[in-house]
Each structure stands twice: as C-alpha cells, then as structure tokens.
Design a protein. Structure first.
Length: 333
C-alpha cells in the first residue's frame, strides 16, 4: 500500500492513532491548530504549514516575496480559524546555495510583512541548504480560555456561512496554467492574481467571531469549500450541505472563466487556498455577527446548512448534487 492509496487525510488519521495523549493538549491532530493549556487566562494555539517549490508554488508565477507572504498567510489563517490572536511565527527555509541573497531577503521579507500585518512577529526558525525552495511556518497564537473555535461544534439545524468571496486563487492558477506566466496583466485578470499572490488571513474577523460566542464551529477554507465543510461535518458528527447558488464568487472569476472556458462556481466550491473562514451558527444570529465591525469589513454570507447525517455535499437550486471534479486538495492524490 502506498501513500496515494490512503491519501493525505488517511495518513493524518494514522499519525493521530500513534500519538500519545497529554492532558495539556486540549485539541490535537484533526483541527486547524493544536490547543494547549499551559496555565493562565489564555490557551496557546500552535500550527505548522509547509510549502515546496514545484508542488505548492512556482517561481515563474510568483515573486519570492509573494511566496513568503502566501506561506505565512496559510499558517496565520489556521490561527484565525481558531479565533486566536497571532503571537509569534517561526520560519524554516530550505534554499539552493546558488540563490542570490537578494531573492532570499525578499522571500523572508514577504513572511515578515504578512506576520506584522496581523500584529505578530517573526521570532526565529532555521535555514538549510536544499535543491529547491522549501518554506515551513510554525505559528503561535493565544485565545482566552473557553473561546477557541473548533471544527467540532456544528449542530443540526444551524446555518453555514463564509467570510469574503471564494474562487480567486483557483482562477489565478487555472489562467496561469492555461495561458502561461507571461499572460498580460489585463484588468480582468488583476483581481484574481492579487488574491492569489497577496492573501489576507481573516485574523480580526476570526477573533471577533470567537469573542461573540455566536459561532459554534469554524474552519479556514484552504482545501476547498465543500471539502472543508466535510471536515466540520466529520468532527461534529453531522452532514454539511452547501447551497451552491448562495456561494459568493470572487471578483474577476467569471471573466477569467469565460476567457479560458472554465466554471467560476467550481473554483469557488472546490478550488482551495481562499483562506476565508467557514462557520456554523444559528441563522437568527447572522445579523448580530454582521454588526461586528471586523466581520462587516470582509462580509459574511450564508452558504448552507447543517443536517443530521454524515459527509458534505453541494446542491444546486433544484436540490441536485453538483458533480465536482475532485474533492478539494489532497497532497498525495
């Protein structure tokens, strides 16, 4: 049996079974981040995220500073999904010895810019020589005891809502793959390229949602909306239904889809790396959440519901299941 036979999440399940329990680890493998109780009024939130050249990014598509920004933003998005405030980030980079120093400076500058934009600091890391660029981020955050947002709190009868709009990173990847990195920076392509290269982890919105006590579960949309809804469903023991006609599609996606003969809604449902937040809540509480400034700044749209059952599905307005090309991102697929 090979890793591709069990997939990324099957392998994670195997690791979780091998790991020992510790009373200080309130939440371990299986959520956006680990939640630790080390004493005091706050819990510690810890996550890691790695990106490898040729697998997660291409340097003919992104400048080094954009690679660094995207890598840090992925880990910071996990912190946001837990409703935590970023504290410190540690960055390990693997770089070819022949790389120009200026490019290495730019890569780490992108990490620092992303971290400082949400009030954190780069506190350390490691540097190694490598055949291709590797960047591994460990992010630490803090959240008041009892306020952390987990994947396991969704209940039948609740609504599902998402911050912002979805699909732009997948649209950018699709157009770069179709037309090449030298595609002109036309006005219709600029919005999706910007969202792809300069993601904004929803740290302020996540903190506001957690502090309100009105969101019962959360996850960041990194593997694709439908697949990430499935992660909430699995941890909560429910069924997640995405009502596709409600899903907000990011600016520029429709124009890009028309340009290359693709489907913008498919990108929004299954594209991944949007780094928005998907939450479960009582529908009656949606206006109260929209009244929070940090949430209103990015928007919050109801996109589905929670039912008794298992798994996740996307339905059209006639109640038919939408056949998606794949179930989100899987590193070993």
């Amino acid at each position: 049996m090979q890793l591709r036979d069990i997939g990324e999440f099957g392998f994670i399940d195997r690791i979780a079974r091998m790991a020992a329990d510790d009373p200080a680890v309130l939440v371990g493998i299986g959520d956006d981040a680990a939640l630790l109780d080390l004493g005091g009024p706050d819990h510690l939130v810890v996550t890691t995220d790695a990106m490898l050249e040729g697998r997660h990014f291409r340097l003919d598509w992104l400048a080094p500073e954009e690679v660094g920004r995207r890598a840090a933003s992925g880990a910071l998005s996990d912190i946001a999904a837990m409703g935590a405030t970023p504290a410190a980030v540690f960055c390990t980079v693997g770089l070819p010895p022949e790389w120009p120093v200026e490019r290495a400076d730019a890569l780490l500058g992108g990490v620092i810019d992303a971290v400082q934009a949400v009030g954190g600091t780069l506190a350390g890391g490691d540097v190694i020589a490598a055949d291709r660029v590797l960047i591994d981020i460990m992010a630490l955050g803090r959240v008041p005891c009892g306020q952390a947002l987990l994947r396991s709190g969704a209940r039948p009868g609740q609504a599902l809502a998402v911050t912002g709009a979805l699909g732009a990173p997948a649209a950018a990847v699709a157009v770069l793959a179709e037309l090449g990195p030298d595609v002109p920076a036309e006005q219709t392509l600029a919005p999706v390229r910007r969202r792809f290269a300069h993601p904004e982890p929803r740290v302020r919105a996540g903190r506001a949602l957690a502090a309100s006590g009105l969101a019962s579960a959360a996850i960041d949309v990194s593997d694709g909306l439908v697949q990430d809804a499935g992660h909430i469903a699995e941890r909560s023991g429910v069924r997640a239904v995405i009502e596709a006609w409600r899903v907000p599609v990011a600016e520029g996606c429709v124009e890009v889809a028309e340009r290359i003969g693709a489907n913008a809604l498919t990108w929004a449902l299954a594209g991944g790396e949007d780094f928005e937040l998907l939450i479960a809540l009582d529908e009656a509480d949606l206006p109260a959440l929209l009244a929070l400034q940090a949430v209103a700044e990015v928007g919050l749209t109801m996109v589905g519901r929670v039912e008794a059952g298992t798994g996740s599905v996307a339905l059209d307005q006639d109640g038919r299941e939408i056949d998606l090309p794949r179930g989100g991102w899987d590193h070993f697929a």
